[in-house]
Design a protein around this ligand. Structure first.
Ligand code: FAD
Length: 450
């Protein structure tokens, strides 16, 4: 044990990274800016604080991708899951926790660990040498955010999420929708058919605008909107600015011919674009929104072709610092331009407590292996942890990269299973069975004694 690992940020990812590396025999220093420097969302100076809901979402490790991630983290001896189980509250199939005792226990466990030291204070510049993990999350302090932007290029670091909803391809009704790029633009057939189009007539469009304007919206938090950009307006704001705005914006019907009704010109068209290399996920182009989740599902199901849509994630706009990970990070979660620095957690472009902790777990293990002079391969994309790291380190389209929750759309399909809603239960069980086997195999290598 000759070299220290420094971790900036003691949230979900930083705490888990510290635990994993410390348990692998590495000496770890956690740098946490709270309580001296706060954020608009954190309330305490504790490590592992949950900033909003107290839920780790579904704990169903047979039918749910986030449940599988729980399972994988438990198998890896994860601190966040162990502590969540200790402070579990009744919540049906979800894993909800008592937030204060949870964060207090995470803090106590790290403070008591012989290989961990916690240093309080804001880190404002990028470290030039030593082994570092940056896990400063969606509310990374401004000074460090600026230092990261100076290193990566400002366009590769976002300060807001403007998330368009993402739909599972197999839930789209292709008897109404069709594949075509506007004016058939593109050199190859793939480019000429890059977009999935859902047509609307005038009555459908007017009803859609009414639904957008009437839908329940969420408000920005106080202090959240600093630097909010006008170039990426929520669709409902566009609709409020004028009933025709969307028809002349993201929903313009030009350059497209509906093969199902070639003689009828659509009044408006909703376009979806492929969101991952597997082609299992499509995002609705230009549809970032502040509508509440329940309202979004209702409104988007009015779109012809999306009546039965299943959403891998719904849209949103909120403060969120994250990297364009597919271009900036290598497969080991290191900054390509400065490989002594790894990133972990939400700043890598995953979204959610569990996903962030999982990326912390992986970064901690990768860093520990590197410090020991070994190389640890990342887990296969058939596991939930592997599916996430594969997505952010290259599976996602870099041009449209937006933070992602874990979902089965990120997993390679299991061959020979029935598609669609009917086959879903068997399909999800097959994904989780395969994932568990592969995770155990990977873990036995990752956790083998040095
Ligand atoms: C307002 C809001 C609400 C959210 N609600 C939910 C929700 O309900 N459910 C959910 O699953 N996810 C939610 N998220 C996403 C959530 O933040 C992440 O899921 C998770 O907390 C991210 O983990 P992390 O470790 O990457 O970041 P965090 O948990 O935020 O940890 C980052 C840590 O880094 C510290 N830090 C920042 N800059 C510095 C610096 N320069 N020097 C030292 N320390 C620094 C911070 O104080 C913090 O402790 C929400 C996010 C926000 C912003």
């Amino acid at each position: 044990m000759t070299q220290e690992l420094h971790i900036i940020g003691g949230g979900m990812a930083g705490s888990e990274a510290a635990w994993q590396a410390a348990n692998a025999g590495i000496s770890v220093v956690v740098h946490e800016m709270r309580p001296a420097v706060g954020t608009f969302a954190h309330q305490t100076g504790l490590l592992g604080e949950m900033v909003c809901s107290n839920s780790f979402r579904s704990d169903d490790h047979e039918q749910n991708a986030v449940g599988l991630l729980h399972w994988e983290m438990r198998e890896a001896g994860g601190l966040i899951m162990r502590t969540a189980d200790k402070h579990r509250l009744p919540a049906g199939g979800a894993l909800a926790v008592d937030r204060e005792p949870f964060a207090q226990s995470v803090t106590d466990a790290l403070m008591a660990h012989p290989n961990v030291r916690v240093e309080y204070g804001e880190i404002r510049a990028l470290p030039r040498d030593g082994h570092w993990i940056i896990a400063t999350g969606p509310l990374t302090s401004s000074a460090l955010g600026e230092a990261i932007a100076a290193e990566t290029g400002a366009e590769a670091l976002a300060f807001f999420d403007a998330i368009a909803p993402i739909v599972y391809h197999d839930s789209i009704d292709m008897s109404k929708a069709w594949m075509q790029s506007r004016y058939d633009k593109g050199e190859t057939e793939e480019e000429r058919t890059a977009y999935l189009n859902c047509p609307m007539d005038k009555v459908q469009y007017e009803a859609f605008i009414d639904a957008l304007i009437a839908a329940d919206k969420t408000e920005f938090h106080e202090g959240e909107t600093a630097g909010y950009f006008d170039g990426c307006l929520p669709i409902e704001v566009m609709a409020e600015r004028g009933r025709e705005t969307l028809r002349f914006g993201p929903m313009k019907p030009v350059g497209l011919t509906n093969p199902h009704q070639p003689d009828v010109k659509p009044y408006a068209v909703v376009q979806l674009r492929r969101d991952n290399k597997l082609g299992t996920l499509y995002n609705i182009v230009g549809f970032q929104t502040k509508m509440k989740y329940g309202a979004q599902a209702d409104v988007f199901k009015c779109i012809p072709g999306l009546e039965e849509a299943r959403f891998a994630r719904l849209g949103g706009i909120h403060r969120n610092t994250f990297l364009n990970a597919p271009t900036l990070l290598d497969g080991q979660m290191r900054l390509r331009s400065q490989p002594n620095i790894r990133f972990a957690g939400q700043i890598t472009g995953v979204e959610g407590y569990v996903e962030s902790a999982a990326m912390g777990m992986l970064a901690g293990q990768l860093a520990a292996a590197e410090i020991r002079g070994e190389r640890l391969e990342t887990p296969p994309d058939t596991t939930a942890t592997g599916a996430l790291i594969t997505h952010i380190s290259g599976g996602a389209e870099a041009k449209t990269f937006q933070p992602m929750n874990v979902n089965f759309g990120l997993f390679p399909p299991v061959e020979g299973l029935k598609g669609g809603r009917r086959g879903r239960k068997d399909r999800y069980k097959a994904y989780t069975d395969r994932g568990k086997g592969d995770w155990k195999a990977w873990l036995s290598g990752a956790m083998a004694p040095a």
